[in-house]
Design a binder for this molecule. Sequence first.
Ligand SMILES: NC(=O)c1ccc[n+]([C@@H]2O[C@H](COP(=O)([O-])OP(=O)(O)OC[C@H]3O[C@@H](n4cnc5c(N)ncnc54)[C@H](OP(=O)(O)O)[C@@H]3O)[C@@H](O)[C@H]2O)c1
Length: 240
Amino acid sequence: MDIKGSVALVTGANRGLGRALAEHLLNHDVARLYVAARRPESLDGLVARDSRVVPVPLDLTDPAQIERAAVTAADTTLLINNGGSLAFADPLAGDLAAIELDLRTNFFGTLAMVRAFTPVLERNGGGAIVNLLSLVVFGSVPAMGGYSASKAAAASATQALRAQLASRGITVHGVFPGAVDTDMIRAFPIPKTSPTDVAAAVLAGVEAGTENIFPDPMAEQGYRSWRTDPSAFERSMAAM
Ligand SMILES: NC(=O)c1ccc[n+]([C@@H]2O[C@H](COP(=O)([O-])OP(=O)(O)OC[C@H]3O[C@@H](n4cnc5c(N)ncnc54)[C@H](OP(=O)(O)O)[C@@H]3O)[C@@H](O)[C@H]2O)c1
């Protein structure tokens, strides 16, 4: 897909990777950029900066807001499902409500966005959907086992949607980052890639038509390890 001239929508655009994606999209000459966030006031810096930027109030757990966003952003051709939550809750003893919230946000929220925006993209002649998944899809990290499951569910849906939407002129991309230097894993003292570098790699992958994007060195290395020895990779992720 040619990003230049497209109309993009990014969820969770107020901070972290979403913010970096929004900034890169502006530099890629998008025609319009919808920046979606739970708290629209957290988008002020972006909105004031460029007349192409349009704020959209959006909580991924609120189906009515998602439907309204699809009406507001009716000219979208590139949907980036970036917003996500991470609860440090393990499957055995972790807080079930926290695990459920990760599923509602990362799986059901992403799915609801795709369902609401597919007719929009179709009406606009096709386009692309980008789902932010994670390397934990290939090997669960027990301390965030609920989150890992939510991303694995979203990855599975990404495959199904790719098959369903190909004939409608919509490409579906899965992104599997390793550790990115944002608030989400601020407490983890491991090497991380900057959100700016990850955002650049994501958009390069979309432009190249890459279905599964591994946008940083940890992701590339992890995917190579998984292909070589899935069980060894599973054990290494479980030990994190
Ligand atoms: N950081 C990593 O190492 C890493 C690795 C692999 C994948 N990812 C994925 O990359 C994406 C971006 O993560 P990040 O690192 O930028 O995390 P982040 O800094 O924690 O930002 C998360 C973003 O998602 C938004 N969000 C959370 N729950 C939401 C909801 N219910 N409705 C709408 N927006 C919601 C947040 O909005 P508020 O400001 O309102 O909270 C924020 O904008 C996520 O899908 C994450 O799972 C991250």
